[in-house]
Design a protein. Structure first.
Length: 302
């Protein structure tokens, strides 16, 4: 079930190092069994693999690797997910040069300097692992030490994530309470002309309180010679003319935007009964300007 560090399954005639069952996790080489009730794990996805850091009484024991789809096996056998680590324990480790490293749940101390656990990363360099802090090299460590550092980091990040999710959940709950409170007090939603623009006189969910004035907005677009040539080709060979269509679309958006501004200047919060009229201004037998007028009634709605 478990994979080796070179990501290949162990051969069938090779004795696996670890065996997991309902009683516990057994090291087949030392014949030591670690009871289920004292085990916990922290899972990290690495491509198609699931890397589980296993802890015994909250102390790092080993890393077990499965395909990620099978990583539910730990909970199935009763191993609980580890979200905490003993803050009072400072584990003494060594780098490849036998320099002392002190590892806690939030800090790594090396040569009188402290490094936040979240910024640490280990990189496999075949014979050893480089220990980096936000990309800056600190020292080189063994494979076992690198796994302990990564496992501690994963637990720290999982704890932070759990706390963040709890705060988000509480904030959402508070927002819902405030929303219900506002609804109960019948607070009215203030609308702007950007929200209510209708081609009809009114709508079933809107109540017009006051009609202010009829408003208009004009927009004139020039049709340059290239668009005229393309339009002539479309007339000759048939088909849609995207150049002309884009000009019409831009003109419509501009006219409606100007209509909203006009309504806002009158103190309206909606425009109803909108009508759009298009025409062409030409001279000398040539296509010249596209003219569009948007009109409507500026109103105040409840």
């Amino acid at each position: 079930m478990f994979l080796s560090d070179n990501q290949q399954s162990k051969a069938s005639n090779t004795k696996t190092e670890w065996t997991l069952n309902d009683k516990g996790l057994t090291n087949n080489f030392t014949e030591t069994t670690y009871e289920i009730e004292h085990l916990s794990f922290s899972l990290k996805k690495d491509g198609y693999k699931g890397v589980a850091s296993i802890f015994y009484n909250n102390e790092f024991l080993c890393n077990l690797i499965t395909t990620y789809s099978l990583s539910g096996v730990y909970k199935k056998h009763g191993i609980k997910e580890n979200t905490t680590i003993n803050n009072n324990i400072n584990e003494k480790l060594l780098d490849v040069n036998n320099n002392e490293i002190t590892l806690s749940s939030v800090l790594l101390s090396f040569k009188s300097k402290d490094y936040g656990i979240a910024g640490l990363r280990t990189v496999d360099c075949k014979s050893s692992y480089d220990l980096l802090f936000y990309g800056k090299y600190i020292t080189s460590v063994s494979k076992e030490t690198a796994h302990k550092i990564e496992a501690t980091k994963n637990i720290y990040l999982n704890t932070k994530l759990s706390a963040l999710n709890e705060r988000i959940k509480n904030n959402l709950s508070e927002i819902e309470k405030r929303k219900d409170s506002l609804t109960a007090k019948n607070f009215k939603v203030i609308r702007s002309p950007n929200e209510v623009v209708l081609t009809t006189e009114t709508a079933s969910n809107l109540k017009v309180l006051k009609r202010l004035d009829v408003i208009t907005a004009e927009c004139v677009y020039g049709m340059n010679i290239f668009k005229d040539i393309f339009a002539s080709l479309s007339d000759t060979f048939g088909g849609r003319n995207k150049s002309i269509q884009n000009t019409l679309r831009d003109a419509r958006k501009t006219a409606l935007a100007e209509l909203r501004k006009e309504a806002f200047s009158l103190g309206a919060n909606a425009v109803i009964g909108i009508d759009l009229d298009y025409s062409e201004i030409s001279g000398g037998g040539k296509s010249g300007m596209l003219f569009i007028v948007a009109s409507g009634t500026a109103v105040i709605v409840e």
